[in-house]
Design a protein around this ligand. Sequence first.
Ligand code: TA6
Length: 294
Amino acid sequence: MDIQQLNKQFAIPSKLFFEKGNGELTKVCLCRNDDYLEVYLHGAHITRYRQAANDLLWLSNQAEFTESKAIRGGIPLCWPWFGRKESFPELPQHGFARCSRFEVESTAEDDDGALIIKLYLNENNGTLSIWPYSFRLTLTIKLSDKLIVDLETNNTGEIPFSYSEAIHSYFSVEKIEKVELSGFTQSEYLDQLSHSTERQHNTIKFVGETDRIYKSSQQEFKILESGNPKISISQFNANSTVVWNPWISKARAMADFPDHGYREMVCIEAANTGKGITLFPGETHNIRQVIARY
Ligand code: TA6
């Protein structure tokens, strides 16, 4: 469907509409009072979420908008695997969903004025060639006085499959050195850099590259700047929470990441990592992340 057809079938006048975005990719704009969100059909990738003129998400100003690459920043969807696929290192990191074109299932405005859009991806020859299962992956975005992101996996095939996933959200901060994350105290985590298992004794502070998978006992987190809570994040049906900041050397090593961009972002990701989730035919599972300005 081209943009004109998409607007004809799914637009909600002045509130939800489709237009050409960066790289000629199709994006959807959602406008609700002072709040604004945009999402690309490429990867069902939320690139901007502004609440009352405050950008809550970080988007790289060097992000590439091409069908072959994930957009750097916003909320990439890691699915059907998080990280590298075990014993298939040649397959794309974080799976294929974030580089796939999603289609529009539906749009709506509910009785409370919340805007809702559902985007979906089914198996195709490309996905079957690297992951031999039938599925329907649906991203539901609900924009109310907060942002609710639901990622639902449905096994539409005849055989069970297992997958891992992450709602890989990049949050905007003023200065990483002033940031603390609350809600992780006493949680165990796997340090992806040292490959050791540690326990978090107080708020998370950043003094260097940080790449940790917290086993989620808690589901409510806050980003504080200079001790003041700025963004609240909650998650549901996630067995872990990934916290990542590349710091300077990793930032320099990424062409789509400004050298000093690490100072203005932190990733907090709702995830199902490790063995992940197993679905039998007909079963579904939904992982949710909720984001709001504190
Ligand atoms: O979420 C943390 C992480 O797995 C890091 O190890 C780093 O690789 C990051 O994701 C970004 O991955 P990407 O493939 O988007 O460059």
